[in-house]
Design a protein around this ligand. Structure first.
Ligand code: HEC
Ligand code: HEC
Length: 393
């Protein structure tokens, strides 16, 4: 530094010292003011915008995609470029060096000029660093896959619906739609095995919710039941297992009563005389309980899917014959009654009774018939219109 510069600064310094902005109380006062402003801002945000907590942490949930807070995303993204073996370089060494460089800056850079044009080197270096951080953050946001939709059901009603659905898909093929057990048909490796009921008083009175959940999570592998918990190689999250247990408990245990507002969840309402049932209210729920475990993709079912109204009408190897409006000889109605369908040419059985293990209650078989006879209405409104029209006649 040149002598005249030194003098100049010394003068300025003396001057400033005399006018004096003191750390205490001047600077502290300003700091407090700003802190207070930020505090009010935070309180405002929390009150009026709120925070959206994620679902409760679930260690068995491997579908969860963990990410750091946004201000650390650049570091997180940077780590992707560092090979696993030398991870410490990315997590510790480079950040530490960066902080040290900042600390050392006042000693390294003694340029006394303040205008940015006089500090091109410093500004360029910092510019590159900041751009890099922004770039990495953006890249991280873009490459983060969408968080899987949390299927957490919160009310008993939601749990019942979710639990019923999961039970139908995962458990019915062995335990039967009502947990009644019996001889297993059509399940590889367990063909002909006789399962005891899991819905009996014996079972319900002696097993706690926790035990049931554990059985479903671990399976009973020595007896042939596969594990369903994510942590044990299955597909179900803890919240989903809980829903299945809620469904089992409220449906089969005669000691517990479903709360009033939840009691209609997933229930199949009875129809009155001359009432026309609909897919929406009646058939879909019966199908959900008795057919979906097999009639969904990747199961053996003659390519017949039953997850939606459209699928029921348009899939299947014998598509044109399964459901014919007004026809009591529709294949589905016959198989529901235990009559198997024979190939008209070879005479071989092409469709066995449905469901293969045990027929549904007469009441449900009858519901299917009235539904087909009335042209298979999809919505409740269509069914109501048909009912009304029928009564006018
Ligand atoms: C592939 C066939 C199969 C599937 C699918 C299956 N289980 Fe099982 N489960 C079994 C077998 C076999 C046993 C042992 C049965 C026995 O001891 O009678 C069993 C036992 C059980 C038991 C204990 C019975 C007892 O008293 O020891 C429960 C509870 C149970 N399963 C619940 C479920 C639930 C809930 C699901 C669906 C998430 C399910 N199971 C899916 C085959 C299956
Ligand atoms: C345990 C598994 C299972 C359940 C549960 C089940 N099905 Fe099936 N379904 C099959 C299989 C397997 C076939 C293929 C034909 C066969 O093997 O008999 C089939 C075929 C059919 C077909 C003929 C499809 C075609 O186009 O050839 C109809 C209709 C049918 N099922 C209706 C039902 C109905 C209705 C229910 C519920 C009330 C039901 N199934 C429940 C396994 C099942």
């Amino acid at each position: 530094m040149k002598e005249e510069h030194k003098q100049e600064y010394k003068q300025k310094y003396e001057q400033a010292k005399q006018d004096g902005v003191k750390f205490w109380p001047d600077i502290i006062y300003k700091d407090l003011l700003v802190s207070f402003g930020l505090f009010i801002l935070l309180v405002g945000l929390v009150t009026f915008v709120g925070i959206h907590p994620e679902a409760k942490a679930d260690p068995s949930d491997t579908s969860y995609i963990p990410r750091p807070e946004w201000y650390f995303l650049f570091l997180f993204e940077f780590l992707k470029f560092v090979p696993g073996k030398i991870e410490w370089v990315g997590t510790t060494l480079i950040p530490a060096l960066a902080v040290l460089a900042l600390l050392a800056l006042p000693f390294l850079d003694k340029n006394h000029l303040r205008h940015w044009k006089n500090r091109l080197t410093g500004i360029s270096i910092m510019g590159v660093v900041v751009l890099g951080m922004v770039g990495l953050t953006v890249r991280s946001v873009i490459t983060t896959p969408e968080q899987a939709e949390g299927s957490a059901a919160n009310t008993i009603q939601d749990q019942m619906v979710l639990g019923q659905e999961i039970y139908s898909v995962y458990c019915v093929e062995c335990h039967g739609p009502d947990g009644e057990g019996g001889i297993i048909a059509g399940v590889e490796g367990l063909e002909g095995v006789d399962l005891k009921s899991i819905s009996s008083k014996d079972e319900m009175y002696t097993r706690s919710d926790e035990t049931l959940e554990n059985i479903a999570a671990f399976g009973q592998q020595d007896l042939g039941m596969p594990p369903y918990g994510l942590a044990y190689g299955g597909e179900l999250k803890k919240t989903e297992l809980e829903s299945v247990v809620t469904f089992m408990r409220y449906t089969w245990d005669d000691r517990v009563e479903l709360p009033e507002d939840a009691s209609s969840a997933g229930a199949i309402p009875e129809i009155k005389e001359f009432e026309v049932p609909s897919y929406e209210i009646h058939i879909s729920r019966i199908v959900q309980r008795y057919c979906i475990s097999c009639h969904r993709p990747e199961k053996e079912n003659n390519n017949y899917l039953m997850q939606t109204y459209q699928e029921m009408l348009t899939t299947g190897d014998n598509q044109g014959n399964n459901l014919i409006a007004g026809d009591l000889n529709s294949y589905m109605l016959l198989t529901n009654k235990g009559i198997s369908i024979l190939d008209p040419v070879s005479g071989e059985e092409i469709i066995q009774q449905m469901p293969p293990t045990k027929l549904m209650k007469d009441e449900y078989i009858h519901l299917f018939e009235i539904w087909v006879l009335n042209g298979m209405p999809e919505t409740a409104a269509e069914a109501e219109a048909l009912t009304a029209a029928g009564q006018e006649e």
